[in-house]
Design a protein around this ligand. Sequence first.
Ligand SMILES: [Ca+2]
Length: 460
Amino acid sequence: MNDLKLKSQRWVYAAALSALIGACAATPQTSEPGASPAPGAPGAEAPQPQGPGDPTGTSDGTPYAGPTGPFTPSGNLSMDRWREDFANRARSKGENPAVVYAILEGISPLELYLSEDVGVASTGIADQAEFAKAIWEYLRTAVTNSRFETGQQKLRELSPTFDTLEQTYGVNREAIAAIWAMETNFGSYIGNYDAANTLSNMAVEGRRRSFAENQLYALMEILEKGFADREQLGSGWAGAMGQTQFMPTTYLAYAQDYDRDGHADIWANAPDALASAANYLSSSGYVFDEPWGIEILAPANFDWSYADGNERRMATWKSLGLSPIRGGGFDVDDNTYAELWLPAGAEGPKYLLFKNFNVFKTYNNADSYALAVGLLADGMEGKYGPVAAWPKHIERLSTQEVMTLQETLNDLGFEAGPVDGIPGRGTKAALQRFQKAQGMPADGYPSGPALDAVLAAAGS
Ligand SMILES: [Ca+2]
């Protein structure tokens, strides 16, 4: 923009108009599902994305037909009341009564959501592995030799499919395969819940009712448009469907019918599922051939307060003395932005993270999940990590101790934010400010020694 400001306003307008006309003339509508570019036009060689299905192309286009009621009682009064009310609202919104019936008939209470015992109902929902375990414990079950081997085998078996996916969506094959591994262990475990049932349970449970009802509307649309059959709509316990674990709204927005049989079958058809994941990653901003992260070494006495969540140009990181732990130089442009991240403090593995790391997090918003995806993708290329050892010898903090840390940092004026026992970015930043003020390595790692130092400074 600075360059443009030097030119006259008229020139800018003329250039923009000419660029726009040029773009319209030369570029086919490559993002339009099913569009075919003119022969010889740029992009004519690249395969075209294909949306969730083409009901008018392969089905006869008639509306979904079937019984419209009455519902069989579910055995749970709250569920029956909610269903009557929701079905009425859906029909008055114009949903096809046969579709409403097909989605909501046969639902039944799941202990996971509707147990009388609060302890049962909250387990699994609140206590997600990504947050409860040490990161190396999480990675030990997520990033395994068996997944590297299966991944390499799948990449060989489906090599032409992955070629097409890279060309069409601009997402590296190992990244797609790593997501596939994380979500359903390469399609071997797609969950044995019925999506409509688990989402109905979520709606009745109530905390996420409007979310669950929106997902149920999306299921109705999938059925109405003939993208999938009623029996296909299986999911995991939270309603995520198929080999790439798409919520119904995500399916409608991103699912792809790779083999063009009229249905985006993310459940049984691996290429459809992989194209869907690639389309989602691509739409989330994936940068082809850019690393998700590079494990680094830093010079002695490096100021770890640079690990503050801010992105800086590679030129800056190089000038600060960071280098790849595997040796050689960074194979990334100096103007590319990266964030310095210490998943387990200055004594553990340390990474420069690039845009693709955050793209992985659009799938599951946990740093540990994105790290697992990245490590799996690298391992499928024979590049195993992390190179540095995890600092298992440093005492980790319990939830109660994290709360003490947060409370004490707040008392000392370092503003750790809410005292919730979760050592998030706010807690780490506050600890870094404390460490820096004390002349300690400012890595923000909420460890036993860090808590001791904070308590000592508070005189307690
Ligand atoms: Ca298909």
